[in-house]
Design a protein around this ligand. Structure first.
Ligand SMILES: Cc1cc2nc3c(=O)[nH]c(=O)nc-3n(C[C@H](O)[C@H](O)[C@H](O)COP(=O)(O)OP(=O)(O)OC[C@H]3O[C@@H](n4cnc5c(N)ncnc54)[C@H](O)[C@@H]3O)c2cc1C
Ligand SMILES: O=C(O)CCC(=O)C(=O)O
Length: 341
């Protein structure tokens, strides 16, 4: 059986985690990651990295729950190993709070995170503007550490990693048997996919080591997420806004909103502003496509469009993408054995 050559386009969270899963589950192929940007310069580096799912309106809930569970279980295992600090994975406990009682008192992911329960009246006294809350423990990634850890694992396994911008996936036809497209918001231009759009997110990364519980307003706009090296304060969700430069007014607004929830943040130091464009889509595109030119074929597997929830589901979607890669390999084996007959 020929050793199949697979190119993964994109070195953000989705490209690297898909490449890692291919290497782990299909050892008979060689993997090359090709990307114009790497950590610390990807959208994935800007993220808070919290495992709190966002709902994709175009995907059945049972599917999203499975992706979340697979991701949670995978990272929990890393968290319980000696790799945890290198990979930047840790547990974090805290509260999601609501000004009015939400429709969904028990979200679909409540039995995946640890110790999910309603907040007590005593706990709610910390948030006098809020009437209801949920307490739980989840996982968080320190995003640059996690990306670097995956990149090192790939290189350690003999995979190649190249910096290059791809204008057209067909450029890869002569060297690779299969292409896996994990180019995030880049797919709008690369694939001409107008279903993917940016949702601009501005966050502050601050030094406030005394803050160690997360706080998330149920409206999803204001959050305080303590991490290994800093605390992420959020945020903004600006649909169809491509501006990557920070907006000082948004920074002040974010800071004020977060201080209203956690007044001790007034003393936060070393405030850095980061902006990222969430690669948003009604549904993650997990699909096979065969590109055909001049009678020649190039199988492509798409895995992009994770919007606000990439960290929460990445291992599950990597597994689904690798299943599709396996189907492409089986089809190639089938056509090469027919050719020999
Ligand atoms: C402010 C903010 C906070 C967030 N917080 C969380 C959170 O707490 N939890 C959570 O689950 N999710 C969160 N997210 C969402 C998460 O960041 C995304 O879902 C995830 O990072 C998407 O990963 P990606 O690999 O698809 O995209 P990217 O990280 O953008 O990676 C895409 C890669 O493709 C490459 N590429 C693109 N086009 C080309 C091309 N033509 N040629 C070569 N390479 C190309 C890019 O250079 C890049 O390496 C947050 C997002 C933002 C912006
Ligand atoms: O929504 C959250 O609480 C996590 C952060 C996030 O996913 C985002 O800002 O997109």
């Amino acid at each position: 059986m020929a050793k199949r050559k697979i190119a993964v386009v994109g070195a953000g969270l989705i490209g690297l985690s898909t490449a890692v899963y291919i290497v782990e589950s299909i050892p008979t192929c060689s993997v090359t990651v090709i990307s114009d940007k790497f950590t610390p310069n990807t959208t994935s580096d800007v993220a808070a990295g919290m495992l709190i799912p966002h709902t994709y309106r175009g995907i059945p809930i049972h599917q999203q729950k499975q992706w979340f569970r697979e991701t949670f279980d995978y990272l929990f295992e890393i968290n319980n190993s000696s790799e945890a600090s290198d990979a930047g994975i840790h547990l974090v406990s805290g509260w999601q709070i609501f000004k009015t009682i939400p429709d969904e008192v028990l979200p679909f992911w409540s039995d995946v995170v640890l110790g999910f329960r309603s907040m007590t009246e005593e706990e709610l006294k910390k948030f006098p503007q809020h009437r209801f809350g949920q307490a739980f423990t989840t996982l968080k990634c320190d995003c640059p550490s996690y990306l670097l850890w995956m990149e090192k694992r790939l290189k350690g396994n003999g995979s190649q990693v190249y910096a290059r911008r791809i204008e057209d996936l067909w450029e890869l036809h002569s060297k690779y048997d299969i292409v896996v497209n994990c180019s995030g918001i880049g797919s709008r231009e690369l694939m001409g996919d107008l279903e993917i759009y940016p949702v601009r997110g501005q966050v502050l990364k601050v030094n406030a080591p005394w803050v160690n519980h997360f706080i998330r307003d149920g409206d999803g706009l204001t959050y305080i997420y303590p991490g290994i090296h800093n605390v992420t304060l959020g945020g903004t969700r600006q649909k169809d806004n491509w501006t990557l430069s920070p907006d000082p007014r948004s920074s002040k607004d974010i800071f004020d909103r977060c201080c209203a929830l956690e007044p001790s943040l007034e003393r936060a130091q070393d405030i850095k502003v980061r902006v990222g464009l969430r690669p948003s889509r009604l549904a993650v595109r997990l699909q096979k496509e065969i590109l055909v030119r001049d009678g020649k074929k190039l199988p492509v597997v798409h895995n992009y469009g994770h919007g606000s929830g990439g960290f929460s589901v990445h291992r599950g979607t990597a597994k689904a993408a690798v299943q599709l890669v396996g189907e492409c390999i089986a089809a190639l084996e089938g056509s090469s054995s027919k050719a020999k007959l």
